[in-house]
Design a protein around this ligand. Sequence first.
Ligand code: G1P
Length: 264
Amino acid sequence: MLTVVDKPIIQYVVDEALEAGIEHLVFVTGRNKHVIEDYFDIHFELEQTLKERAKKAEITLLQQQLPKAGTVSFTRQQEPLGLGHAVWCAREIVGDEPFALLLPDMIMKDEKGCMKGMMELYEHSGGNIIAVEECAPDQAHKYGIVGVGEAIGEGFRITGMVEKPAKGTAPSNFFINGRYILQPEIFKILETQERGAGNEIQLTDGMLKLLKEQDFAGYHFKGETYDCGAKDGFILANVAFALERADIRPSVEDGFRNLLGRLK
Ligand code: G1P
C-alpha cells in the first residue's frame, strides 16, 4: 500500500493486469494485510467527505479504481514459506486455467505494459511465458535467472532456470522480473515442491520441473522496472514516476538537480 508519487504500488500492478485484459484478480496476502482488501472496496466515508468538499475529480478517480463486483478474490498464505507456496495458495480460486502472475513489488514503466506484451506473445506461442530483463552479471545472484535458447517473437525459448545462482554460475544475465503466464499444471508440482534457495519453496524450482513437460518462452521486456521491495528501487520509482507528472515535474526536477549538485 506504499505509494509511488500518489498511487499505491498495488494499483500500478492492477492497472497493468487490467490493461492486459485480465478479468479476475486474485490476491494472496498474509496476516494483518486486510488493508489491501479494504482498498478494493467502496471508501464510503472518504467519498462522503469528498462530496461535501465538491472534489469531483477525486471522486471520479476513486470510482474508476473500484473493481466490478465479484471480480476480485483474496486468499491468505498463512506462513511465509516462499513464492512457490504463495502461488500454490491460489490454486482453488484459479482452477484449471492458465493464469497471469504479477509480483507487486516490481513496477514497470513503458508505453505498453509488460503483461500486455506477454499476452501478445502468448497468443502466438501458448505454453508458459516468463518476462525477463538483462542485469549486470554481478547482480544475477539476487534473482531467478533463465537459460536462453532460440529466438521466438520478442523473446526466446527458455532452456533452463535457476533461483538465485551462486556468484559466477548464472546461465545468462537474463533475470526473471516478476511477471509470468503459467499453465495450471504448475499447481500440482508446487504441492510437493521442496524448499530451495533461502530455505523457501521457490516458484522457479517448480517451473524448472514443468519445463520438462511444457514449453517456456522468455519475453524480453525493454521498459524500466523498479523494485519497490528495495529501499533504493522504491526511491528511484518515486523520482521516475514524478518526472512524468506535468503538475510536479518542474519542482521535482529543480529539487533533484539541487541534490545531485551535492554529489562529488
Ligand atoms: C522472486 C523470484 C525471482 C525473481 C524476483 C523478481 O524473488 O523468486 O525469481 O527474479 O522475484 O523480483 P524474491 O524477490 O521474492 O526474492
